[in-house]
Design a protein around this ligand. Structure first.
Ligand SMILES: *Cc1c(COP(=O)(O)O)cnc(C)c1O
Length: 464
């Protein structure tokens, strides 16, 4: 399996290199040159598999022998053994053909654990084999940082540095990161905002000369292909649970950077009979505006009750545009030039294809809270604000009520206790048992100024 860049000017890579590379050298994102696919019979044969076995079956063609099967199986088993539900990703029915896929039973209570538990172990495995150490540098406004730290805490060949804006992440989110005390884990609280953190990380990737000879940075954000790969699995998992491949399926996905829903699009390319994919956004609705008018334009950032979807640009959307345009890198480069200049569109033909594949809906804070209240009143089920946006969008966009509609529940409601209270819950939703002592755990982090030289020096000095 070869991976190519969406911008067409970077070398094609195999799985191991694509894993260790972030952005391609031409600024593009890596995608598989051709998609593997499964026949209806092959998909039918997957029903009854436990989650790790299904994960191995779906991901094997992407790894394509770069890791021996037995080793890859072991890494998968270890990754999903950290989840606190025996089903790994349980399905809950909330109405006639209305389902919720709970993706929040991992160690940090958000769906990002599905990819990052595996990513950390994959990194560790190939680095050991190469006898190499890397530094991970990432910026977080909440969920990615804690999931990445959990995924890498026991990786012997990784030092991980996560920048978060000082005093601007929730108490629970900070503690999930800073109570991990392994000596390869470094939390940096930056005296600045999330954009400051992200810009310093970007600059550090672009010029890595602050690192000692032979050391490089690796990426944990969703531009890393391996994250997308791991997310394809649970679309098959949920589909099989409600009768695929005989039955058609619809999914609604709370969307920020377009990583999660792009995995759904790929599941469809691989043969899963997905009839509908709903892009659910909050007020930061660049994708909904694009789907409505074929205009891709940046607006100002809004802070919402669903902070993990607060983005101005959806970085993974580039991968979808590349596929919609028939893998035409020339065309995509032009699109990005137009976008930087203010506004970009795709051809009428590609736009028609996009509208056939995706529906979209933007949900504001008020409607988010209403939905949390409504669903709780209907069935006693408490959605977190991100999942509520997905659920609302599912109801708004549904095309055919005879098809099971599956909303991806991306976070545990206890992670966003304030929203739950604002939606009328009398008490904050309880943290799961294994995290109940989080508020009293010892923390370790370093407060640093918004100064890239100081941060890079801190990173260089801390490396093992
Ligand atoms: C990251 C995140 C999202 C958005 O996922 P993308 O892959 O960026 O679209 C949605 N909900 C939660 C809880 C998240 O942490």
């Amino acid at each position: 399996m070869r991976y190519i860049s969406t911008r067409g000017k970077a070398p094609a890579l195999g799985f191991e290199d694509v894993l260790l590379t972030g952005l391609a050298t031409d600024g593009g994102l890596y995608v598989p040159e051709t998609m593997p696919s499964f026949s209806q019979q092959e998909i039918a044969a997957m029903s009854g598999m436990e989650y790790p076995e299904l994960a191995f079956t779906i991901m094997k063609p992407f790894v394509d022998g770069a890791i021996p099967d037995d080793d890859f199986k072991r890494l998968i088993d270890e990754s999903y053994a950290t989840f606190r539900h025996k089903a790994v990703a349980p399905m809950v029915q909330l109405g006639h053909n209305e389902w919720v896929l709970e993706l929040f039973h991992g160690p940090t209570l958000a769906f990002k654990d599905f990819a990052l538990q595996l990513l950390g172990r994959l990194f560790d495995y190939v680095l050991k084999r190469r006898n190499e150490r890397v530094a991970i540098m990432g910026a977080t406004s909440g969920d990615t940082g804690s999931a990445a730290i959990e995924g890498c805490r026991s990786c012997k060949n990784i030092d991980i540095f996560i920048l978060h804006p000082h005093n601007r992440v929730s108490d629970i989110q900070r503690r999930q990161m800073t109570s991990v005390l392994e000596d390869n884990v470094f939390n940096i609280a930056v005296e600045g905002n999330f954009d400051d953190c992200q810009n310093m990380v970007k600059q550090s990737f672009a010029d890595q000369s602050f690192l000692p000879e032979g050391r490089r940075l690796a990426a944990v954000n969703s531009i890393n292909w391996a994250r997308i790969m791991a997310q394809i699995v649970y679309y098959f998992w949920a589909g099989l649970a409600v009768g695929a491949p005989e039955k058609k399926l619809a999914f609604s996905v709370p969307t920020g950077n377009f990583g999660d829903i792009f995995a759904g699009y790929l599941a469809k390319q691989m043969g899963l009979p997905i009839a509908q994919l709903v892009i659910a956004t909050n007020k930061n609705d660049i994708l909904h505006r694009f789907m409505s008018q074929n205009k891709y334009e940046k607006h100002e950032l809004s802070h919402t009750l669903s902070p993990s979807m607060d983005i101005m640009i959806s970085s993974n959307f580039e991968r979808a545009l590349f596929e919609l345009g028939g893998q035409d890198a020339e065309q995509l480069n032009q699109f990005m030039v137009d976008f930087e200049a203010g506004s970009a569109s795709i051809s009428d033909e590609a736009f028609a294809k996009a509208r056939e594949l995706f529906d979209s809906c933007a949900v504001d804070d008020e409607t988010t809270l209403e939905t949390v209240r409504e669903v709780f009143a209907e069935s006693g089920y408490l959605l977190d604000p991100h999942s509520a946006i997905g659920f609302k969008a599912a109801r708004e966009c549904v095309r055919d009520t005879s098809i099971p509609m599956i909303t991806l529940a991306t976070a545990h409601p206890a992670k966003f206790a304030d929203a739950a209270k604002a939606a009328g819950q009398k008490t904050a939703p309880a943290l799961p048992e294994h995290m109940a002592d989080l508020p009293t755990r010892e923390e370790r982090y370093s407060v640093q100024p918004h100064d890239i030289k100081v941060i890079q020096q801190y990173v260089a000095d801390s490396l093992k």
